[in-house]
Design a protein around this ligand. Structure first.
Ligand SMILES: Cc1cc2nc3c(=O)[nH]c(=O)nc-3n(C[C@H](O)[C@H](O)[C@H](O)COP(=O)(O)OP(=O)(O)OC[C@H]3O[C@@H](n4cnc5c(N)ncnc54)[C@H](O)[C@@H]3O)c2cc1C
Length: 468
């Protein structure tokens, strides 16, 4: 039902800042984009709508770093590694030691199965334990703040992008809502890392609306985890039956509906799965927030009454950020397909590697809007491809590449590095170089110019560090 429209008065909006690179969204992709751009010499502003950084990985309580390895070896590095090292130093990261990685054995599974640190694509039984990291979301928020600060990024929290400033099909900046009113930020290059493609949608770039399950991620505290694990090992059939009942209460959940966390006695529940909704619609968002809590409290009651180890369990929190996996998907210069992901297609303009698949630079490039790059889960992909290639570490790689593309000049020349090659598959690290000045990579790279990007096998640049 429509109640008509109202016409708002025209207004003047103060320009609060001008910068080289403006990153919208402080999730995994945005954090890495901002750090990479700043480390390469650009003046960078990062604007984030919430009061914390990390996006879904902190506010959404998505606390396992996945897709960092193929079946045999670690394939993602760069800023993701730095983040893990810092999490580790704060006591906020748990991952299998080298001797347990890429191992399928009952012993390894007994140690790591309930952490969710397995290779989800492995066909082995038990599943192959992999290099994946369980982490503390509060530690991630702090690590991100520290890294951005030391890179010299100007951070603007509680700053929500609401409109695009487009002039002759070039994006010049954004309009933001803050507690002190509306403000404009102007920039030579803008990176849309909002996850939902808020910037490219406002700027008029073509996109499609995807959908996937939505979740209110939550954590139970006061769980006797060791007792719960011992019991399910001793009574596998009964455990299977009760877990089926809980999953029915949730509606749907992954195989293990609870996983261990870095905090003793606290378990992570990456459920329920609520499908077929539009995560950009207020009505659907509101429905999920309410319906999920109905199911969570029913599941908690059932677990307390029936599951050994859960007798004193309490809901410690629900994620403040709704678990949205997919909304707008850019339809950019190249649209990544499921087949590309499954076959690990080797693109000439690849800028990074996830598990065993690659991202072409063109999947970050919108059509019809200059000065804009897209990083993160709204990059240019089909819905099916995005579902398989949107995990946190690969989105960090894509962010790092986007930030580098907007800023990095190779020493003594006008060339700019535009991304990271990949190794780990016998081809060794490579870099890609654009015959364009740093910001021109973003501002004017169109289809015919993409074709002119030439490969450079020299230099380690970001290729060596971003992924291997
Ligand atoms: C329930 C769930 C479970 C998942 N499980 C896993 C898992 O186990 N392992 C894994 O690796 N990945 C998992 N994922 C996927 C992963 O969390 C995301 O794909 C990843 O976080 C995407 O990173 P991003 O930076 O692109 O987007 P996001 O994490 O969504 O970050 C976007 C950021 O932009 C900000 N923003 C949005 N709009 C605006 C605006 N208008 N103005 C300013 N700021 C804005 C947001 O607040 C947020 O900080 C899961 C996702 C969900 C939802």
């Amino acid at each position: 039902m429509s109640f008509g429209v109202i016409r708002e008065a025209a207004r003047e909006t103060p320009v609060s800042a001008r910068t080289d690179v403006l990153v919208v969204g402080g999730g995994p992709a945005g954090i890495c984009a901002a750090i990479a751009a700043a480390r390469n010499g650009a003046r960078v502003i990062l604007a984030e709508r919430y009061g914390h950084l990390g996006g879904l990985a902190s506010g959404g309580e998505v606390i396992v770093l996945d897709d960092m390895a193929d079946l045999h070896e670690k394939t993602v590095g760069g800023l993701c590694d730095e983040i893990v090292e810092r999490l580790d130093r704060l006591g906020g990261a748990v991952y299998p030691p080298l001797e347990d990685q890429f191992v399928s054995s009952e012993a390894a599974w007994a140690r790591w199965g309930r952490w969710g640190l397995q290779d989800n694509y492995a066909r082995t039984r038990p599943k192959t334990v992999t290099y994946a990291v369980s982490f503390d979301p509060e530690a991630l928020k702090f690590v991100a703040l520290e890294l951005l600060d030391s890179a010299g990024v100007e951070l603007r929290l509680h700053t929500t992008f609401v409109d695009a400033l487009v002039e002759d099909s070039a994006l010049r900046g954004g309009i933001f809502e803050t507690k002190s009113g509306r403000e404009a930020i102007l920039a030579s290059a803008i990176i849309d890392a909002s996850g939902d493609g808020d910037v490219f949608a406002c700027a008029g770039a073509p996109f499609e609306l995807g959908t996937y399950i939505m979740t209110v991620v939550h954590r139970f505290a006061n769980v006797d985890v060791e007792r719960a694990i011992d019991w399910e090992r001793a009574q596998p059939e009964e455990a299977e039956r009760l877990n089926r009942e809980i999953k029915a209460i949730y509606g749907s959940a992954w195989d293990y509906w609870w996983l261990r966390t870095t905090i003793d006695g606290v378990v992570w529940c990456n459920c329920p799965h609520i499908p077929n909704l539009n995560a950009l619609r207020v009505e659907d968002q509101t429905y999920v927030e309410h319906e999920a809590r109905r199911r969570i409290f029913r599941a908690l009651e059932f677990a307390r009454a029936n599951l050994p180890g859960f007798e004193r369990a309490q809901l410690v929190d629900t994620a403040p950020q709704l678990g949205v996996r997919q909304t707008r998907l850019l339809q950019g210069e190249y649209v990544l397909t499921k087949q590309d992901v499954l076959s690990g297609r080797w693109f000439e303009d690849r800028i990074g590697r996830g598990r065993d698949y690659y991202y072409p630079y063109r999947s970050l490039l919108p059509r019809g809007v200059d000065n804009l790059l897209v990083a993160g889960r709204c990059f240019s992909a089909t819905s099916e491809a995005q579902k398989m290639s949107r995990e946190i570490p690969p989105m960090m790689v894509v962010g790092q590449a986007a930030g580098t593309a907007t800023s990095k000049r190779s020493p003594g020349s006008s060339c700019s590095w535009i991304g990271a090659g990949a190794g780990g598959d016998g081809r060794g690290p490579r870099c890609w170089r654009a015959n364009l000045s740093a910001l021109a990579v973003v501002s004017s790279l169109r289809r015919e110019r993409v074709a002119r990007i030439c490969a450079s096998k020299t230099g380690s640049g970001i290729a060596a560090s971003c992924c291997h």
